[in-house]
Design a protein around this ligand. Structure first.
Ligand code: PLP
Length: 436
């Protein structure tokens, strides 16, 4: 039988023997052992502590082991651990009501999934059924999840070996630092990115396009905060051609960008919203689609041909209720915005002024990317080997980072304290100095 494993070495050995990892060459893995955590800190079995500037996979927005959420899961486990999706369950209803309470007017229904990928999968399906069209336009710099349509909607390298779904088209979005549009101002970048998108709609044939699917703020692609007016411009294009707008808030939502939904700050309302990660900080796997009344009405007298055994699982639902209540009562969304405004934003700007390797810093809330370049003029990205050294040195100094391509993403839990931000940024400062 299996014995409890409680040291770094045996945990690592057991993992290497039996666990098949995501997105990895299995023989080249050397996973870091994590035994426990609290708030913005995690530790291994030797008691080595790390400031979690990754929030794991940018999902532990409320911090590790928040006592109210742990207790809510425990309590629900004692009452009813599982229930079929066809039944009405109090916690599932409460969770859906908590989510719609933070949505714009005209969003009253939630379809729960197991995570973010299948949230996008089902949102795409709804858009296709409502419009009677099949194409989905998404962006090259995006990640939407690892299932049939979601991975083909994805814009990064992870799509390329997985292209089995049909009806997907990609466009470039605004990204002034590496502009695809020869733009030199945010206004130009915005205008040209919108023109490019509208031309793609026209050339694909507007009557074939069901949805435009965008991350409100592309996350893993580099925390690409859109220029003012871009998303409202996309909304206008969608309206002009009868296309539904799906905003993927899986990473950006629930305090990450300093808002309940990142689009709250952008002056537009989508037709469908997908969520996961921060909705319950991953304490139990869950995601979902927030459905506007316009889309929901379509299924009032037609079947929705889709479902999941664990749709609205009671343990997930209980953790959502507790998480949203804690975020409200403890002011966590406002705290995240303030951390961005007064601590991470100014702190990272100071580092950028000091270290030539920092090409650009962008973000808001607890959602930031630091773009690292070997040449400030040409913006040549630093190498993968350099990024490997950065990661190793940060870990040595007690900071667990999130890195992607040539970027350090500074994405701590939304409950991170000003003191923890100061400590983490000092470690980044020292590490960049050491690597210079
Ligand atoms: N959408 C976005 C924006 C994401 O960042 C992710 C995950 O990183 C997903 C979708 C997929 O979510 P999941 O891994 O829960 O399926």
């Amino acid at each position: 039988g299996a014995l409890p494993v409680n040291d770094n070495e045996s945990t690592h050995a057991l993992d290497r023997r039996h666990v098949f990892h995501s997105w990895s060459v299995q023989g080249a893995l050397d996973p870091m052992v994590i035994a426990g955590g609290e708030g913005s800190t995690v530790w291994d079995f030797d008691g080595r502590r790390y400031l979690d500037f990754s929030s794991q996979l940018v999902n532990v927005n409320i911090g590790h082991q928040h006592p109210r959420i742990v207790e809510a899961i425990r309590e629900q486990a004692g009452r009813l651990t599982t229930v079929a999706p066809a039944h009405a369950n109090d916690m599932r209803g409460e969770a859906a009501a908590r989510i719609t309470a933070h949505a714009p007017d005209g969003f009253d229904k939630v379809f729960f999934t197991n995570g973010g990928a299948d949230a996008n999968e089902n949102a795409i399906r709804m858009a296709r059924l409502v419009t009677g069209r099949d194409k989905v336009i998404s962006r090259y710099r995006s990640y939407h999840g690892n299932t049939g349509a979601a991975i083909v909607a994805t814009g990064d390298w992870r799509r390329v070996s997985n292209e089995y779904a049909t009806g997907h088209v990609h466009a470039f979005g605004p990204y002034l630092y590496r502009s695809e549009f020869w733009a030199t101002t945010p206004e130009q970048e915005c205008e040209r990115a919108l023109q490019h998108l509208e031309r793609i709609v026209q050339c694909e044939g507007p009557s074939t396009v069901a949805a435009i699917l965008l991350e409100t703020i592309p996350g893993t692609a580099g925390v690409l905060v859109p220029p003012p007016g871009y998303l409202a411009g996309v909304r206008a294009i969608a309206d002009r051609y009868g296309i539904l707008l799906i905003l993927d808030e899986v990473m950006a939502g629930f305090a990450r960008a300093g808002e309940w939904f990142a689009f709250d700050a952008e002056g537009l309302v989508p037709d469908l919203v997908t969520f996961a990660k921060g909705v319950n900080s991953g304490y139990v796997p869950v995601g979902g689609v927030l459905i506007s009344d316009r889309v929901a009405r379509h299924f009032d007298d037609r079947m929705f041909p889709g479902g999941l055994t664990y749709s609205g699982h009671p343990l997930a639902a209980a953790s959502i209720v507790a998480s949203i209540d804690a975020m409200e009562q403890e002011g966590i969304v406002e705290h995240a915005a303030e951390i961005g405004r007064s601590h991470l934003g100014p702190g990272l700007a100071a580092l950028a002024a000091k270290h030539e390797v920092i090409g650009e810093v962008r973000g808001r809330g607890v959602f930031w990317a630091v773009e690292l370049v070997s040449d400030a003029e040409t913006r040549e990205p630093v190498t993968a080997a350099w990024m490997g050294r950065l990661k190793g040195e940060l870990l040595q100094r007690g900071v667990l980072p999130f890195t992607a391509d040539n970027r350090l993403h500074v994405v701590p839990p939304a409950v991170v304290t000003p003191a923890e931000v100061a400590t983490g940024l000092q470690v980044v400062d020292e590490t960049l100095a050491a690597l210079a």
